[in-house]
Design a protein around this ligand. Structure first.
Ligand code: AR6
Length: 173
């Protein structure tokens, strides 16, 4: 599977992408950051479906439809709140990426786009988060998935460099 950093708002992607990942919270009922942006762009039907899911534990992933977004699915995953669980945070973040990839495969997706999970409101240091992301995605044995994008917002130039470096280290060309 190929992996690339893309500078783009994840709610407004032009490429043919089957599913986007949401960095949600345990309630799955919306919030700030990328979660808020995804709910606003997908519309109120997303919240209705999320209410039926019974929340999501850190590291797990659950899928919904994407409603007004162009993709077929949204995969909601919950990262670790870094300062509350530093010791187990790497394993939780690894499971966010792993479980999202497995779910996308089960749904038959070819292309997935991730945000930088847990590095905003949840406070995960981006260098460490990028290593976990790169290692997990690079070692993933996919069934249907062919391409993964990591989306960073245009003003997040540091994140762009950090993820590019991490991908160059773990992904063989
Ligand atoms: N497209 C791409 N990346 C984005 C977008 C976007 N539209 N919006 C923000 N980011 P965060 P977390 C970046 O805080 O740290 C919510 O309230 C953002 O700049 O969205 O996992 C949830 O409900 C940052 O680099 O997610 C939870 O309570 C990255 O996405 C909590 O935040 C992740 O930042 C989850 O916090």
């Amino acid at each position: 599977m190929k992996i690339e950093v893309m500078v783009h708002d994840i709610t407004d992607l032009d490429e043919p992408i089957d599913c986007i990942v949401n960095a949600a919270n345990e309630t799955l009922l919306g919030g700030g950051g990328v979660d808020g942006a995804i709910h606003r762009a997908a519309g109120p039907e997303l919240l209705e479906e999320c209410r039926k899911l019974g929340g999501c534990r850190p590291g797990e992933a659950k899928a919904t439809k994407a409603y007004r977004l162009k993709q077929n699915h949204i995969i909601h995953t919950v990262g670790p709140i870094y300062k509350l669980c530093k010791e187990i945070a790497p394993e939780i973040l690894r499971r966010c990426y792993q479980n999202s990839l497995e779910l996308a495969d089960q749904l038959g997706c070819k292309v997935i786009a991730f945000p930088s999970i847990a590095t905003g409101i949840y406070g995960y240091p981006v260098e460490e988060a990028a290593e976990i992301c790169a290692k997990t995605v690079a070692s993933y044995q996919s069934k249907s998935l062919e391409m993964a994008y990591l989306c960073v917002l245009p003003h997040e130039t540091r994140n762009l460099e950090v993820y590019k470096r991490a991908f160059a280290k773990y992904v063989s060309k």
